[in-house]
Design a protein. Structure first.
Length: 281
């Protein structure tokens, strides 16, 4: 992979979106994809950061960049007018970030889809590994947030929920990595298997991906923990976002129970059988 400052080879012309370039040629990252790639951006009043997010995306060989403007009232739509290549979906009412991702995913037929948030500018160099992982055979490429988490005793209930879900699905190695965190990327196989509607509940989609035997990896780490925009809804021990994510994990665990039983694969013994073993010692 070539970073900023490299020149674009002739073959890159067949990989970038049609139309005039919106960045200097030296800023492009010439990735050689066999398939096509798209990005979905979710924005809710992110005018201050949205252009920075898009400017990094246009450095990648993406066939489509879909921006879902989710109940924006700060002029985010007009802020993107100088990016003619974008596909903009604007909804006057807030649908929720996860609903926006599902809608964006439904709009594209590309072979791989990268998902990012409009309030978290991430350098193209840090986005490319997720697309490359899909190109190399992964169906789900997660953000490895493990290096940025506190020690186990200081982690919150959301992190414990993510770890427990992975544990029940036999993927302890994924730790707290989940479709709940961006950036992440999905293959066309994953989108067809799961259905774009499943993305409305990311932990459930995560669980279904593993239950269906899709290849799930965490190829790269982007520190979204530190960069996450502070809002009244995502701070404090009882904040609304944490409550929503924990509820989503309960729904995901219910899905796992349907496939693996109420004991979530931890034991095949009933309570009575466990009592016999315990009492027989």
């Amino acid at each position: 992979m070539r970073g900023a400052g490299s020149s674009s080879p002739p073959e890159l012309e067949s990989l970038v979106l049609k139309g005039e370039r919106e960045a200097q040629p030296g800023n492009y990252i010439p990735l050689s994809f066999m398939g096509t790639a798209a990005a979905v951006v979710i924005a809710s009043n992110e005018r201050a950061t949205l252009n920075s997010v898009v400017e990094e995306l246009i450095r990648l060989p993406l066939q489509e960049i879909i921006v879902v403007l989710n109940g924006c009232s700060d002029g985010s739509f007009s802020a993107l007018e100088h990016h003619p290549r974008l596909i903009k979906l604007s909804f006057p009412e807030r649908l929720g970030h996860d609903v926006g991702r599902a809608l964006g995913a439904a709009m594209t037929t590309c072979d791989s889809v990268l998902f990012v948030d409009g309030d978290l500018p991430v350098a193209a160099e840090d986005l490319a590994p997720f697309l490359l992982a899909i190109e190399q055979g992964s169906d789900v490429a997660l953000n490895d947030i493990t290096p940025f988490l506190p020690s186990f005793m200081k982690q919150d209930a959301v992190t414990y929920s993510k770890m427990f879900l992975n544990m029940t699905l036999g993927r302890r190695d994924l730790l707290a990595n989940s479709l709940t965190a961006v950036p992440h990327a999905l293959s066309r196989k994953a989108l067809n298997t799961l259905g774009h509607i499943s993305l409305i509940v990311p932990p459930k989609a995560h669980a279904l991906a593993l239950l269906h035997g899709l290849t799930v990896t965490a190829p790269h780490s982007v520190n979204v923990v530190k960069k996450n925009r502070i809002r009244s809804t995502n701070t404090g021990p009882t904040n609304a976002v944490a409550g929503l994510i924990k509820g989503d994990h309960i729904e995901a665990l219910a899905e796992v129970m349907k496939a693996c039983g109420t004991r979530l694969n931890f034991t095949r013994l009933t309570r009575g059988e466990l009592a016999k073993v315990r009492n027989g010692r």
